[in-house]
Design a protein around this ligand. Structure first.
Ligand SMILES: *Cc1c(COP(=O)(O)O)cnc(C)c1O
Length: 413
């Protein structure tokens, strides 16, 4: 027997209600929801006193090492609704040899190890499991690639239909992956928010359920496990700074929520990391809003960057990202595509870790922040690599050998 106890054991659950993140208005749990009446994300609330009484660090440490070990802080009520493809705890890989460190401790949370090769699996495994609990049969979303792949995989696993709309320049590998994993996928001549409008427009005709980032409440609950995991991996002592490649911001908002929940259940103290939202120079709405001191962000026109995962011109959770960044004493910064490409190459060469471009962006941001003094060399820093570099177009390799001719091995090296 090799069954994962996390997937089959019934455990007490503690969701009390959902709450509008803008107005605080309360919504009933255990039925499907999209945005609140104010058009803002809904957040899941728990009886944290109950969790505190039910879960100890010791008990937690005995459970299998995956996302489902956090059941008391997750929304899925019945084990039978869990739709799993093996959501393993992801490692913290120190960047030892590359020149990034400059003396400080730099840990990469390598999310490329998750099913479908990106951390979108964390969000979608939760959204699809909840959709299963609600008896929903058809899910739809816009995607720059990774989210669509995760949706396709989990929807197929759960026996549901999935429809995905991608910007037309989405990498071929992502589109093929989505299609192979059983979803209907379409290239659309627009950006991700244009694709999102199609999901909304088709809803009445098709009856599909919209699982766009933050437009349903459960993807964030899945993404929040990054914060839970990180705390446990670091011995319940959060790092000094977290660099997060920010598109829709689900992960950043989710981790910030996770830290509050961990404090409420007595697992950590009040220390928080400074949260740094990293964006690309060609699409930096959060950086602009952060610098302008505004509470929300305006759409970034003509968005472009090779880091597709963070090419999000407008985010429905903009104010939540900005609040978390500001409350944490962090900041937002933009980096160039050229610097991203160089960083991916240097970490691959020096550390043997093939980052995604989005992960590379956090390396660039860290280097810049060290230089301008916003981060000190003695601080412990966590960089998020949110997908495996293998999901992206890689530079060509030209060397070849003719084995029928003499080979000068001394020159090969
Ligand atoms: C989606 C994605 C991001 C952005 O994540 P958000 O939580 O939506 O901001 C970053 N990197 C990669 C690889 C992604 O797929």
């Amino acid at each position: 027997m090799n069954a994962n106890a996390n997937l089959i054991t019934e455990r007490p659950t503690f969701v009390t209600h959902l709450e509008c993140s803008w107005t605080g208005e309360i919504y009933e749990a255990d039925k499907p929801h999209n945005l609140s009446r104010a058009g803002k994300p809904l957040l899941v609330r728990y009886d944290l006193k109950g969790v505190r009484a039910a879960l100890s660090k010791d008990e937690l440490s005995q459970r299998p090492n995956d996302l489902w070990r956090w059941r008391e802080l997750l929304p899925v009520r019945r084990a039978a609704d869990i739709v799993s493809l093996g959501e393993t705890t992801t490692p913290l890989v120190p960047l030892a040899r590359s020149k990034v460190g400059g003396g400080g401790e730099v840990l990469v949370k390598d999310e490329g190890r998750l099913p479908t090769g990106s951390f979108k699996a964390r969000g979608l495994v939760m959204a699809v499991s909840m959709a299963k609990a609600f008896g929903i049969g058809h899910l739809a979303m816009p995607s720059n690639g990774n989210a669509g792949a995760a949706l396709a995989a989990y929807a197929s696993r759960a026996g549901m239909r999935a429809t995905v709309f991608c910007p037309e320049d989405t990498p071929e590998i992502n589109l093929s992956e989505i299609a192979l994993q059983g979803a209907s996928v379409y290239r659309v001549n627009g950006l991700i928010d244009d694709c999102g409008k199609l999901v909304a427009q088709g809803r009445e005709t098709t009856g599909w359920f919209d699982v766009s980032t933050l437009k349903e409440p459960y993807r964030i609950e899945g993404k929040k496990t990054m914060g839970l995991e990180l705390a446990e991996q670091l011995g319940w002592e959060l790092p000094d700074v977290i660099f997060y490649p920010t598109g829709g911001g689900t992960g950043l908002i989710g981790m910030w929520k996770a830290f509050d929940e961990l404090e409420a259940i007595g697992f950590i103290g009040s220390k928080r990391p400074r949260m740094v939202a990293v964006q690309a120079e060609g699409c930096a709405p959060m950086v602009r809003a952060f610098e302008d001191g505004t509470e929300t962000a305006t759409r970034w026109e003509n968005a472009h960057t090779l880091a597709w995962g963070i090419r999000v011109p407008q985010a429905v959770g903009d104010f939540l990202i900005l609040r978390a960044v500001r409350d944490s004493g962090g900041f937002a910064m933009a980096v160039s595509d050229e610097a991203i490409t160089d960083a991916v190459a240097s970490v691959a060469r020096d550390d043997g870790l093939l980052l995604s471009p989005e992960g590379g962006a956090t390396v660039v941001a860290y280097r810049q922040a060290l230089t301008d003094g916003r981060v000190r060399r003695d601080e412990r820093v966590v960089l998020f690599n949110c997908a495996t570099g293998l999901k992206y177009p890689l530079p060509p390799m030209h060397a070849s050998l003719d084995r029928t001719k003499p080979i000068d091995f001394a020159k090969l090296a």
